[in-house]
Design a protein around this ligand. Structure first.
Ligand code: NAD
Length: 315
C-alpha cells in the first residue's frame, strides 16, 4: 500500500504507518503534476494546501482514501469522492487546543498593543522610547471582561475554557446545543465546573468586550456593517476560523471609526494573498493561518490520521 502525504505528515504518524507496512512518500508534488503522480498511490493525505478536486479524483481510479490532517474539507470534493467509493477522513479534534491558544495570543497582543509596538520598537525604540511608552500606556486586562464566542463547537469550547480560567465571563452563541457549564481540567488533577451563558446573537454582539469566531465558512459574513455598528466601543475581534466569516472592508471601517479597538486575524478572504489594507493596518495583529501549526497538534493529527488509515486498509 502506498500513501502520498503531499502536504507532509508528522514523523510519529509516518512511523506508525511504516510499522504497519505502508510506504509513505512525503514529496510535495505540484498540483498540476498530481493527476499523473497520484495514479500510483492507494491514498493521499493533505492539509489545506493540496486540492483534491473532481478532475484529480477522475484521473486516479486506484485511489481508495483521502485523509485531511485537520478540520476543514474546503479543499476536497468530499461528496464526489464518496460517490466514487473513496473514503474521506479528517482529524477534527486534534488541533482545537492550539487554535484556542492562538485566539489568546491575539487577544493579549491586542489589549497591550504588541502588534504595533513590535513594528515600531526596532525603528523608534531608542530615539522615542518615552513617546512609545505613552502611546501604549492605556492597556486593559482580560480578567473580568466578557468574551462572546460565536460557534460553540470543539474550538469554541476550548477557547471558552481558557477564558473561564482567566476569570472572563463567556457569552456563547451557536445554532445548536450549548452546554450550561464546562469542566476545566486544571493542573494538579483539579477539575472545576464553571457556568457558561448561552445568549442570542444580538445579545452577544451588543454585550461582549471581545468577540471570537469559531464557525465554518458561510455563504455570507456573519459580522458585517450592521453588526459592527451595534458593538461596544473598543471591542476586540479575533478570527481564527475561516476567511469570509467577517466582512473585511466593514472591519477596517469599524476599526477606523473607533468602534473596534483592535482585531487579530489568522484567516483572510484572499488566502494566500490578503488585501494590503489588512496587512498594513496598525491595529490588526496578523498570523498566516497557523492555528493548528504547533508541534503538539501536528503530532496528534499525524497519529490520528495514521490510525484512521490503518483501520481502513486493515478492515
Ligand atoms: P465544530 O464543527 O466543532 O464547531 C463549529 C460550530 O459552529 C458548531 O457547533 C456549529 O453548530 C456552529 N455553527 C455553524 N454555523 C453557525 C452559525 N451560522 N451561527 C452560529 N453557530 C454556527 O468546528 P471546530 O473544530 O470548532 O472549527 C471551527 C472553525 O475553525 C472551522 O471553520 C474550522 O475550519 C476552523 N479551523 C481553523 C484553524 C486555523 O488554522 N485557524 C484550524 C482548525 C479549524
Amino acid at each position: 500500500m502506498r500513501i502520498l502525504a503531499n502536504d507532509g505528515i508528522d514523523a510519529v504518524g509516518k512511523q506508525l504507518l511504516e510499522q504497519a507496512g505502508f510506504t509513505v512518500d512525503t514529496e510535495n508534488i505540484p498540483q498540476d503534476q498530481l493527476p499523473e503522480a497520484l495514479k500510483n498511490y492507494d491514498a493521499i493525505t493533505v492539509r489545506s494546501a493540496t486540492k483534491v478536486r473532481k478532475d484529480l479524483i477522475d484521473a486516479c481510479p486506484n485511489l481508495r482514501l483521502i485523509g485531511r490532517g485537520g478540520v476543514g474539507m474546503d479543499n476536497i470534493d468530499v461528496e464526489y469522492a464518496k460517490s466514487k467509493g473513496i473514503a474521506v477522513v479528517n482529524t477534527p479534534a486534534a488541533s482545537s487546543p492550539s487554535v484556542a491558544e492562538l485566539v489568546f495570543a491575539h487577544l493579549f497582543t491586542g489589549i497591550r498593543f504588541l502588534y504595533d509596538s513590535n513594528r515600531k520598537m526596532p525603528v523608534e525604540g531608542n530615539t522615542k522610547f518615552n513617546n512609545l511608552k505613552k502611546a501604549y500606556s492605556a492597556g486593559i486586562e482580560l480578567k473580568g471582561k466578557k468574551i462572546g464566542i460565536i460557534g460553540f463547537g470543539r474550538i469554541g469550547r476550548e477557547t471558552a475554557k481558557i477564558a473561564l480560567g482567566l476569570g472572563m465571563e463567556v457569552l456563547a452563541y451557536d445554532l445548536y446545543e450549548v452546554p450550561s457549564e464546562l469542566e476545566l481540567n486544571l493542573a494538579g488533577g483539579v477539575n472545576v465546573k464553571v457556568p457558561v451563558n448561552r445568549v442570542q446573537f444580538n445579545e452577544l454582539i451588543t454585550d461582549a468586550d471581545f468577540i471570537s469566531l469559531h464557525i465554518p465558512f458561510l455563504d455570507k459574513p456573519i459580522l458585517g456593517p450592521d453588526e459592527f455598528r451595534r458593538m461596544k466601543t473598543g471591542v476586540g475581534i479575533v478570527n481564527c476560523s475561516r476567511g469570509g466569516t467577517i466582512d473585511e472592508v466593514a472591519l477596517i471601517e469599524a476599526i477606523d471609526s473607533g468602534i473596534v479597538g483592535f482585531a487579530g486575524l489568522d484567516v483572510f478572504d484572499n488566502e494566500p494573498a490578503p488585501r494590503a489594507e489588512i496587512l498594513n493596518h496598525p491595529k490588526i495583529s496578523l498570523t498566516p493561518h497557523i492555528g493548528a501549526a504547533t508541534n503538539e497538534a501536528q503530532e496528534r493529527i499525524g497519529v490520528e490520521l495514521a490510525s484512521l488509515i490503518i483501520d481502513f486498509f486493515k478492515k
